[in-house]
Design a binder for this molecule. Structure first.
Ligand SMILES: [Zn+2]
Length: 205
């Protein structure tokens, strides 16, 4: 049995029995020895698929930050906003903590999550383990619940609905890229099996 990292102790979601996860072969399933619930199964090429989704997410992250997010037109004036504008505006208005929080969960943490995932998965795809790969993957797993771009998106939709009557709003390339970014980050998470990543990191170090 391959020794796996610290977080590989998992609990059955049905009966809470604790046991140590082990890597599976393709199409194999792990079932709870007590109640028989299927705990996880191995789908083929999880790492390759997660890798492709993460690379696509990185491209949309670049587009989302490069192009205008929304343009407001009111009485002949035009104001262009970018993805980071909301957080920066809050910061400048004196809501420093809130501004930093919005930028962290909406921009910085998603970026670190994509970069960290690629840093671990690209070499792993070629059966290599790079420097500090385990620490990086542990970090990625730790920040994942905090990379909440959906919250930022929800704020944008609320603002849009409130302002649409009093001003003309042009949705920018960034907004569509941001929506695509959320989609591909979700696909990447769905494809990735952390248990498999941990098993492969342990095998090759
Ligand atoms: Zn069980």
């Amino acid at each position: 049995m391959t020794k796996t990292a610290g977080n590989a102790l998992i609990a059955c979601h049905d009966c809470d029995l604790l046991f140590r996860a082990r890597p599976l072969r393709n199409s194999e399933r792990a079932a709870c020895p007590r109640c028989g619930a299927v705990l996880y199964h191995k789908r083929p090429q999880t790492i390759s698929r997660a890798l492709i989704y993460s690379l696509t997410a990185l491209i949309f992250f670049g587009l989302a930050n490069f192009f205008p997010f929304m343009t407001f037109k009111m009485q002949g004036r035009e104001q262009v906003t970018f993805l980071v504008s909301g957080g920066l505006e809050l910061f400048q208005q004196g809501f420093r903590g809130l501004g930093i929080l919005v930028l962290a969960v909406g921009v910085l943490l998603p970026f670190l999550r994509i970069i960290g995932t690629l840093y671990v998965l690209i070499p792993l795809e070629f059966n290599l383990v790079v420097w500090k790969a385990k620490e990086t993957f542990k970090f990625v797993e730790a920040i994942t619940p905090w990379a909440m771009m959906e919250v930022l998106m929800l704020g944008v939709i609320v603002a849009y609905v409130k302002l649409i009557d009093i001003t003309t709003i042009v949705l920018g390339t960034s907004l569509y890229s941001f929506a695509a970014l959320i989609l591909f980050m979700t696909l990447s998470s769905a494809a990735l099996e952390p248990i498999e990543v941990w098993a492969r990191l342990e095998q090759r170090s």
